[in-house]
Structures are given as C-alpha cells and as structure tokens.
Design a protein around this ligand. Structure first.
Ligand code: GRF
Length: 222
C-alpha cells in the first residue's frame, strides 16, 4: 500500500528563515514527507531566499513598493504562489499583513507560525509582551490564517516555562527551538492528510478539535 502523496509546500518568509530551514532539514532527514516547491519573500535580502537557493529550491522576491496597494501586491504574489500548486502555504516569519481576499481564497490551505501561546500576545514583540505581563508560560502556535491577524483557528501549540532571569533574547531563543519542532510536527499532520478546517473549526481525523494540540517533550503532538 502506498501512503498519501508527498505534501507540496510553498513557504513565505521575510527574514532569517530558521523555520524554513527546520522544514528543509526535516525533509532531508526523511522526517517529513513533503517538498518545498518554492519560497517567496517580500524582501530580496531575506536569508530565507538564500537558504532556498542553497537547497536548490526556487526562490522569488516580490517587492511591495512596485505595487499600488496591498491588494495588487497580494494578487501578484499569490498568483505566483498558486502557479507552483502548493497543498499548503506556510507563513514562516512573513511580516506583512495579507489582504482578506487573498486569505479567504485559500482558506484551510494557509498556516502561520506565531511566537506566543495564542490567543495571548498577538502581533509583534511577543516575548517582550510576555515578560511585561509576568507570564510564567510562553511558547508558539501554528494556526490557520484568516483575515483576523494572528486570530485564526489554532491547530497546535508548544509551551515552555518562563525563567525568572529570562531576557527578551533568551526567551526568544528558547521559543524558537520549540517553534521548529512544532512546525515540523504540524506539517506532518498535513502530510498525513489528518488535519483540516471545516466551518471555521480545526478538524483532526475528521473530528472537530476541542482544544489545540500540544507538543510534548518527545516532540509529538497530543
Ligand atoms: C519566528 O519567531 C516566527 O514565529 C515569527 O517570526 C520569526 C521568524 O523566524 N512569525 P525565522 O525567520 O523563521 O528564523
């Protein structure tokens, strides 16, 4: 018997691209039955584009300043993304708002990794927000992208303890480590065709998920 076809991914990233690299490394190790069809960025200098090229993957920068407004930019960007026929579009450190039309046309096929335990600490500077609020637990979430910024249905989360002596940088570094495992584990659910979005709710094996999955210490989602 053969399993499901390998998952075809398009990755959107604006910066360093360590989450992209985690995906590429997991694929190379045979731990994720997926292929990255292409990587897209709004920033030509993004290290993510270089990481893609180094891996022999198509890498394309689409620069917003060349377009009249967000809708035109997104129309062009997403037409290029659609052209590689991804099963799933992964926003991995993509720092631009996406227009509602572009999101809604790809509902259930676009996910984002966010560095907080959503719904806590949406937006930017999440580690700073967590420290300022005196949070004792912090982490990362993978959610379906909707027009509501960082507000789409959460598929899975990974939590860590905040230490009394944590700085923004030390907390960010520990969260980033769990982000990588969380993103790969979540993509494995997509690769197995186990996860979906039905009527605004996450489904796992066809059943509505009551609460986001949690990454355990062994790197499994439960
Ligand atoms: C990550 O913390 C991600 O959660 C956030 O932006 C950062 C991107 O890091 N959305 P990288 O570019 O994947 O290294």
């Amino acid at each position: 018997m053969t399993g499901p076809a390998r998952l075809r991914l398009a990755v959107l990233a604006s910066g360093r691209g360590s989450n992209l690299q985690a995906i590429l490394d997991a694929i190379a190790r045979g731990e994720l039955q997926a292929d990255v069809a292409a990587v897209f960025s709004d920033r030509p200098q993004s290290l993510a584009l270089q990481r893609a090229r180094d891996a022999g993957i198509e890498a394309l920068a689409v620069v917003p300043s060349g377009f009249d407004d967000r809708s035109r930019f997104d129309e062009h960007l997403f037409s290029r993304i659609d052209a590689v026929h991804p099963d799933v579009i992964v926003c991995a450190g993509y720092m631009r708002l996406i227009s509602a039309d572009a999101v809604e046309a790809r509902s259930g096929r676009m996910i984002n990794i966010h560095p907080s335990l959503l719904p806590a600490f949406k937006g930017l500077h999440t580690h700073r927000q967590a420290l300022a609020e005196g949070a004792t637990r912090h982490g990362a979430s993978v959610h379906f992208v909707t027009a509501d910024l960082d507000g789409g249905p959460v598929i899975a989360r990974a939590a860590i303890d905040v230490r009394a002596d944590d700085s923004e940088a030390s907390l960010a570094a520990r969260v980033l480590e769990v982000e990588h495992s969380l993103l790969v584990a979540t993509l494995n659910l997509f690769a197995a065709r186990r996860v979906g979005l039905v009527a605004g709710a996450v489904t796992l094996d066809g059943e509505a998920l009551r609460a986001p999955l949690q990454l355990d210490a062994a790197g499994a989602l439960c």
